[in-house]
Design a protein around this ligand. Structure first.
Ligand code: ADP
Ligand code: MG
Length: 611
């Protein structure tokens, strides 16, 4: 498709999975990868050759090479915490940019090269920094990013586009891998009004997995006196297994757990054989699920909507497949949630609808959406009450769940005699003391005429835009002096240099990486070592890396051996011996040959075992 203007796509950049969609013939449609995948795991890997892999290939290598793989980076967005991948430090937005670059490659294949704009979704409950980091990740990936949309709002948009005639209240319950959001939305003849949102940025399927990991590790600790969580590889393995078990328990009432090798103790493999029921699992996560219902209650109270007024409950996010989630909501609302919305695609499709509204492709639809600020925004004041003064009191300027865009001004006064400047501290949150809220920035207004205390009025204006980004202005009323800060811009300016550095870094990574395609089809894909047979100068794995690989093969072999019959054990005994010998070799080509042979044998056996 060739477009005169730049195409706008919608992206769901999830903790666990990501997807991209656009408007085709008036309807949102997913843009699949050239191999046909509609969603990809949000997992990134730097392989042994220095190549970035994103999606299934990276996810498949997570247990074998946990130190080269990064998952769930969304949980770090907005922080300065470096993410280490293969010994190199990256910012969370750099890693997210790699995921977005992968999605951009799907867009480029489908729509042709050229400038692209992206509408990217974030959890409604994301803070200013988290939104800004997301925008930056999009720009690092090469998109123009003008619009950030809340995920539950996007889901409501996808739903609303199909039902322009209907008048009703809907509740969007989005429980994904890392975050939980709930929004109450009123639909009226194509106008969608988000009435209130609530949520938790750190509650999702990942937490359920880790609770299960602790349960599994506890069993091992009890029977073998060793904590597998001290071993990075064992931890990854248990995490992977925990997710599998969790998913199984969404359809089965109980499941058998059989892990022949979790960790080595005194050179012997320690495994785990046990059973878990759905009830056991629900016991582990019940508190977190109850918390989601509390958020539902709060969003409804803020929206001033009664339980009986909610006509539709939309389930979004992979974790809503847990039967207990559906049970709790059915009990709460006295009706079943809808099951016809695809929980994995709704957000990306909705982002595409927003993209279509922005590009004009859907401007004839009559669809209009308004959103809210999900948290209160305000400033820190000195509060005087019955002769007592308290510092650091939170004075709300924009109360939570106010419809956006919004501009509000409040008047304050100087606190001390002769005061010529005020410090404006910007916070978001719900606590009456700012120290328990989230600081977004601060600035100084100077040049206030010296006067008695409480005489000079200062007007503070908060402007919150459609992207959930805030601008604050302070004005001295008597002389008109003004100072302002766009939280977004101020911090972006600070990080301009950092942004330029990230652009260079990513460019170098992508340009220097070897060009050959890895074998993406293999479920057992491990990055293959460049053998450089054709002498084209491709990187060759170092002795150290090959020896690491040998160690991993030995672990896999030990696991298979436990499960095998007499004959296979004999065969494996020989192979084990060859691997031991290989560890002593110095010639990388010889070692590589043995690795290749052993890998073939192990893959065959693993496949047999799966069947
Ligand atoms: P995100 O929006 O955070 O990327 P998704 O909506 O893709 O997340 O949901 C991913 C989460 O859903 C993961 O934690 C995954 O384990 C979980 N999940 C997927 N399918 C099921 C299932 N059948 N039962 C329970 N959890 C599931
Ligand atoms: Mg999601």
């Amino acid at each position: 498709m060739i477009n005169k203007t730049r195409p706008v796509v919608g992206i769901d950049l999830g903790t666990t999975n990501s997807a991209v969609a656009y408007i085709a013939k008036g309807k949102p449609a997913i843009i699949p990868s050239p191999q046909g995948q509609r969603i990809i795991p949000s997992v990134v890997m730097l392989d042994l050759q220095g190549k970035i892999l994103v999606g299934d290939a990276a996810r498949a290598a997570q247990v074998a090479m946990p130190d080269r793989v990064v998952a769930a980076v969304k949980r770090k967005m907005g922080s300065n915490e470096p993410v280490v991948m293969a010994g190199q430090a990256f910012s969370p937005q750099e890693i997210s940019a790699m995921i977005l670059k992968e999605l951009k490659s799907f867009v480029d294949s489908a729509l042709g090269e050229g400038e692209k704009e992206a509408v990217i979704t974030v959890p409604a409950y994301f803070t200013d920094e988290q939104r800004r980091a997301t925008k930056q990740a999009g720009e690092l990936a090469g998109f123009v990013v003008e619009r950030i949309v809340n995920e539950p709002t996007a889901a409501a948009l996808a739903f609303g586009l199909e039902r322009l005639e209907e008048d009703k209240h809907i509740l969007v319950y989005d429980l994904g891998g890392g975050t939980f959001d709930v929004s109450v939305v009123e639909m009226m003849s194509g106008i969608l009004e988000v009435k209130a949102s609530a949520g938790n940025n750190h509650l999702g399927g990942e937490d359920f997995d880790w609770l299960l990991v602790n349960w599994l590790a506890g069993k091992i600790k009890k029977s073998h006196g060793i904590d597998p969580l001290n071993d990075m590889r064992a931890k990854s393995l248990l995490k992977e297994q925990a997710e599998k078990i969790k998913i199984e328990l969404s359809s089965a009432e109980k499941t058998a757990i059989h892990l022949p090798l979790v960790v080595m103790k005194n050179n012997r493999p320690v495994g785990l054989s046990t059973e878990i029921t759905r009830q056991d699992f629900v016991g582990l996560i019940e508190n977190l699920l109850t918390e989601t219902v509390e958020c539902v209650r709060r969003a409804m109270a803020d929206a001033k909507v009664e339980v009986s007024e909610i006509q539709e409950i939309l389930l979004v996010g992979g974790s809503t497949r847990i039967p207990r989630v559906r049970e709790l909501l059915t009990a709460f609302f006295g009706k079943e949630p809808r099951c016809d919305v695809n929980p994995d695609e709704a957000v990306a499709l909705g982002a595409a609808v927003q993209a279509g509204l922005k590009s004009g492709e859907l401007s004839d639809s009559g669809l209009i959406i308004t959103d809210v600020a999900p948290f209160s925004l305000g400033t820190s004041i000195l509060d005087e009450h019955r002769g007592m003064t308290r510092d650091g009191v939170f004075s709300v300027i924009i109360p939570r769940n106010t419809t956006i865009p919004v501009t509000r001004t409040e008047r304050f006064y100087t606190a001390t005699p002769g005061q010529t400047s005020v410090q404006v501290d910007i916070y978001q949150g719900e606590h009456e003391l700012v120290k328990y809220n989230h600081s977004l920035g601060e600035f100084l207004l100077e040049g206030i005429p010296a006067n008695y205390r409480k005489v000079e009025p200062i007007d503070i204006t908060y402007r919150y835009n459609l992207n959930g980004i805030l601008e604050v202005t302070a004005k001295c009323v008597s002389n008109g002096r003004e100072e302002s800060l766009t939280v977004q811009d101020a911090l972006a300016r600070d990080s301009e240099q950092q942004f330029a550095a990230s652009v260079d870094k990513l460019q170098a990574l992508y340009e220097n990486a070897p060009k050959e395609e890895p074998d993406m089809d293999s479920e057992y894909y491990l990055p293959d070592f460049a053998d450089d047979e054709d002498g084209d100068g491709a990187a060759t794995a170092s002795l150290e890396e090959l020896r690491e690989e040998l160690g991993m093969l030995q672990n896999r072999l030990a696991a298979i051996k436990q499960e095998s019959n007499e004959l296979t054990r004999k065969k494996l005994g020989k192979l084990e011996h060859r691997l031991d010998e290989a560890k002593l070799l110095e010639d990388t080509a010889d070692i590589q040959k043995i690795i290749d042979e052993a890998t073939d044998v192990l893959i065959d056996l693993e496949m047999e075992a799966e069947e």
